[in-house]
Design a protein around this ligand. Structure first.
Ligand SMILES: [Cu+2]
Length: 396
């Protein structure tokens, strides 16, 4: 395909995906359903629910035409959703298929401390080719997540995160706001250049380290590995320069995210949330990235019903909420203003793709009962006799 044809076809496709009348089509609804993390199936061993997670390097497509190599649980970003009942015994068998170290941390869950996934604190890192078995009881109830805890600056923004939902039959939120449909939205921010450079450099270091270790020539100091703080202090007194003294990396060289994703995708591929007039929906928001997001919903105030998974005793209303890194929040949206409304980060640098608006962290709340005649954007233009006006341009 020639470049011009390619540009033409992607522009048309992007434009078509954003037409209000397209959003209401069966095809759009079907494609949208694929943009939420699938539930991870499990087997049963006695009274234990057994899940399998593995980590691989994959090529991830954020938007049509842009892919990068990155780390992913079960070859998807975000990783699959683990959904269990409060009090369930859970076993997660984690297999590392990469040449980097990893662990899994269960964010918000009250697991036994040796299951907490912090390398060199609660366990050794899960090394290349190794397996580690996490076992715990699912507590407490609510919206949580899991993520890698090795080299988190790289590994988390690479894509190593997924939702972990603990349900309860006596759900206080459902009792107060009887909803039937719910959606999980996981936010992150990625510097694709940083990921590429770091991943390449780390792979080189790990390969070298493994070869040297196997041949007994591994120099601990060169890799900045010590048996104790005292050994490290003695080395420095003896003239050893720690890597942070030699590094010329300044804060300006730290990740500057250029992609902002919801469920691993940037606008226009972000998931939309569908609602009907009179309906209540629950949306689980998880910030697995390194930036704070200021999520604003047009045309509505929503109820904040859970904060970090914990039900809020007196839910209150707002239309813009701050979602700090590591935070989860559950909101209830009441369908009482029929239309198509955007829900996006109000830091306008995050509604861009590689610096261009519109993109990034931008999605829509779509009313399924919107009459087709209300969905036409070009009505005025048609009345004026103008034809072939585009509805959307991605570069303005
Ligand atoms: Cu990792």
């Amino acid at each position: 395909m020639k470049r011009r044809e390619f540009l033409k076809s992607t522009t048309l496709m992007s434009a078509a995906m954003l037409f209000p009348n397209y959003l209401l089509s069966a095809e759009a609804r079907e494609r949208n359903a694929q943009r939420f993390p699938p539930s991870l199936p499990h087997t049963v061993d006695g009274d234990v629910k057994v899940f399998h997670l593995q980590i691989d390097i994959i090529q991830h497509e954020v938007v049509p035409g842009f892919k990068f190599h990155t780390l992913a649980f079960n070859r998807q970003i975000p990783g699959p959703e683990i959904r269990v009942h409060q009090g369930d015994k859970v076993r997660v068998i984690f297999k590392n298929n990469t040449e980097l170290n990893h662990t899994i941390h269960w964010h918000g869950l009250h697991v036994p401390w040796r299951m907490d996934g912090v390398p060199y604190v609660t366990q050794l890192p899960v090394m290349p080719g190794q397996e580690f078995v996490y076992e715990f009881v699912a507590e407490p109830y609510g919206t949580h997540f899991y993520h890698c805890h090795w080299g988190t600056l790289l590994h988390m923004q690479s894509g190593m995160y997924g939702s972990f939902i603990v349900e309860n039959d006596q759900d206080p939120i459902r009792e107060k706001f009887p909803y039937e449909r719910e959606y999980t939205l996981i936010y992150s921010a990625h510097d694709s250049n940083f990921i590429r450079n770091e991943l390449n450099a780390m792979l080189e270091r790990m390969k070298e380290r493994i070869i040297l270790m196997k041949s007994g020539r591994f120099d601990k100091k060169r890799f900045a590995v010590f048996n104790s703080k005292e050994e490290f202090e003695r080395a420095v007194e003896g003239g050893y320069l720690p890597p942070y003294v030699i590094s010329r990396r300044s804060r300006a060289d730290l990740p500057q995210p250029n992609w902002f994703t919801v469920n691993g995708k940037s606008y226009p591929m972000t998931p939309n949330i569908y609602i009907k007039s009179g309906e209540l929906i629950r949306v689980r928001l998880i910030n697995a990235g390194q930036l704070e997001h200021y999520l604003h919903l047009h045309g509505h105030d929503f109820w904040l019903v859970a904060d970090d998974g914990l039900p809020v005793p007196q839910p209150w209303q707002m239309n813009t909420m701050r979602l700090s890194p590591g935070k989860t929040a559950d909101i209830i949206i009441e369908g009482k203003n029929r239309g198509i409304w955007t829900f996006h980060d109000h830091d306008t640098s995050r509604v861009t793709n590689n610096g261009l608006y519109p993109g990034g962290n931008l999605l829509a709340l779509v009313y399924e009962d919107l009459p087709p005649e209300e969905t036409e954007l070009n009505m005025m233009a048609r009345k004026m006799g103008l034809t072939n006006l585009p509805n959307v341009a991605l570069d303005e």
